[in-house]
Design a binder for this molecule. Structure first.
Ligand code: ZN
Ligand code: ZN
Length: 564
């Protein structure tokens, strides 16, 4: 009996879920989930490793117990601990356990309240809107996602997975070129399928070799040169085979959104070029590189992040494409938390970590007093922290710490500190963390009123959305941008991978009105300073150039920009 990596991973995942339902220790649950992930991304077949009597504990995340489990699965096709765990469960719970993306505890809570006992009934209650009404949008999102056979994931989670898959494809004999395409290459904040363009010996040989990848659960041919695979985690991977001489054209086709490709074809028609592999070859346009094709169309090269059909083809023809902001343009990070509120590191630790990234400054923006759950700072504690920042600054070299706070916008639009305290800060980030239920009009008025306070500088995570978990509250974004412009306020793109708001579309609107945007991490630990790459992706999708971004300027210039 030789089980595939996908099958082993699925059993490990199922066991993790069963453990949760039997109220097992959550570290144990997490260990099994992590092992499932590792097994999926292994290049080697676990069955082969077991047959060769290799020590599985040398695989990261696989300890003695999990190693014995894997051996059992591979040798017998069974997993006795899983059978035991499942035998203790009621049938309705078993059904939930088969959906590893569902949090069984949450679902059972919903079952109890709605007096239902099957996923079918749950689906009905989702569609009738009852789940949302009783448990909120976040629960609705969770359940919809858990029931979805083709789940989306955050770009930030998909990127490392895509790199592992890419490394694997590269090793397939005969493969000469591999590139990421699709929404992942466009850096869309969430992605469904992961798309690759592959050049190699033949489509059939590449597809056949990839079918043996450990994480592959099923496969479906989509045409002569394309095949889609489903991994055991539910994630889809699509490979498109390209002949080397058509590489650039395939990359354009597989990267752009449908709207971008429509615009491109229309542009081609205007220039009497039929945009297809045959059409390009008829005009003797080399299709092997993207750059050549755009050039032949008399277009500036269009960065993948812009290929959404939002005017980029027109701008490319008029030589008016933006020079997109990059990570290297950033001089600092204006939103982060420390141990004083809900962060994990001290002011000094955050500053030192930021310095190693080449930043010239950071701002410490701990939570304000109303946000009790995060240990928000009272006015007295904030004044003390201001003194601490001064002290830290005298000891630091090469990096400067700005005094700030993430000030709650209260329900009536007041800020959470008195003006006499706010004026001691270099600037403020003002955010909504409560009363998400207000309607569009009320929420908009709340923010406009807050902006009228002369100490309001940057609107933090404008819509409060959590990608794949919770929709943001509704806002009249045009009015808010207009008001920010009049009042001299700014926005942020919050780089937390599940926030990323302002969204790309909203950030572009702000830019067009001349309102500047900070790209901030909202880091709660030194590790989370890494989130900045996600924020930069979103900024680029919003057409932002260095001049549109607040934290590309020096401290002295920042101070001027914060004057109202
Ligand atoms: Zn916040
Ligand atoms: Zn924050």
């Amino acid at each position: 009996m030789a089980e595939s990596n996908a099958a082993v991973a699925e059993l490990l995942r199922r066991y993790a879920t069963a453990l949760t339902l039997n109220s097992a220790d959550r570290f144990k649950v997490r260990a099994y989930r992590r092992a499932a992930e590792t097994i999926e991304s292994l290049d080697d077949d676990v069955a082969t490793l077991v047959a060769r009597k290799r020590d599985l504990t040398s695989i990261p995340g696989v300890g003695k117990a999990i190693s014995r489990t894997i051996e059992e699965i591979v040798r017998t096709g069974r997993f006795s601990l899983l059978d035991q765990a499942l035998s203790k469960l009621e049938p309705e719970v078993l059904e939930i356990a088969a959906r590893p993306a569902l949090d069984p505890k949450k679902v059972l809570r919903v079952y109890k309240k709605l007096k239902i006992n099957s996923l079918d009934q749950l689906r009905q209650r989702l569609d009738s809107g009852e789940v949302r009404e009783l448990f909120g949008a976040r629960m609705e999102y969770h359940i919809r996602r858990g029931l979805d056979d083709r789940p989306r994931m955050l770009l930030y989670e998909a990127e490392p997975l895509a790199l592992r898959i890419e490394a694997h494809v590269r090793k397939i004999p005969g493969v000469t070129r591999v590139a990421l395409a699709g929404s992942l290459r466009r850096k869309k904040d969430t992605v469904g399928d992961i798309n690759f363009v592959v050049a190699g010996k033949s489509a059939a040989s590449v597809f056949k070799a990839f079918s043996k990848y450990g994480a592959v659960k099923s496969a479906e041919r989509r045409g002569k040169d394309q095949m889609s695979f489903r991994l055991s985690s539910g994630i889809g991977v699509t490979l498109t085979w390209s002949r080397p001489e058509e590489w650039g054209w395939q990359l354009i086709l597989q990267t752009g959104s449908a709207a971008h490709l429509d615009d491109l074809r229309a542009h081609g028609t205007r220039r009497k070029i039929d945009l297809s592999a045959e059409g390009l070859s008829k005009k003797k346009i080399h299709a092997s590189e993207e750059e050549q094709i755009y050039r032949s169309l008399r277009l500036h090269f269009i960065e993948p992040e812009l290929r959404e059909g939002r005017g980029e083809v027109e701008a490319g023809a008029a030589r008016k494409l933006p020079s997109l902001v990059t990570l290297e343009d950033l001089k600092g990070d204006l939103h982060m938390h420390t141990t004083a509120s809900d962060g994990a590191n001290t002011i000094r630790e955050m500053a030192e970590a930021a310095k190693t990234r080449g930043y010239q400054y950071i701002a410490i923006t701990d939570h304000s007093q109303s946000l009790k759950i995060t240990n928000g700072l009272s006015e007295k504690r904030l004044l003390q922290q201001i003194k601490n920042v001064d002290k830290v600054n005298t000891r630091l070299k090469g990096i400067f710490v700005l005094k700030s706070a993430e000030v709650d916008i209260l329900e009536d639009g007041r800020l959470d500190y008195s003006n006499s305290v706010l004026k001691e800060l270099d600037f403020t980030i003002c955010s909504i963390h409560s009363r998400f239920g207000l309607n569009r009009e009320q929420q908009t008025e709340r923010i406009l009123r807050a902006m009228d306070n002369p100490h309001f500088n940057i609107l933090g995570h404008a819509t409060g959305r959590l990608l794949l978990k919770r929709e943001g509250y509704e806002l009249d974004i045009d009015r808010i941008i207009e008001h920010a412009k009049q009042a001299g306020c700014h926005f942020e793109i919050n780089s937390s991978p599940d926030r990323l708001d302002l969204s790309d579309e909203h950030a572009r609107l702000a830019k067009e009105q001349g309102v500047k945007i900070a790209v901030n991490t909202d880091a709660h630990s030194i590790d989370e300073l890494d989130f900045i790459s996600a924020g930069i992706n979103q900024a680029r999708r919003a057409w932002l150039e260095p001049k549109d971004v607040l934290n590309t300027v020096s401290v002295a210039k920042l101070r001027k920009l914060f004057q109202r």
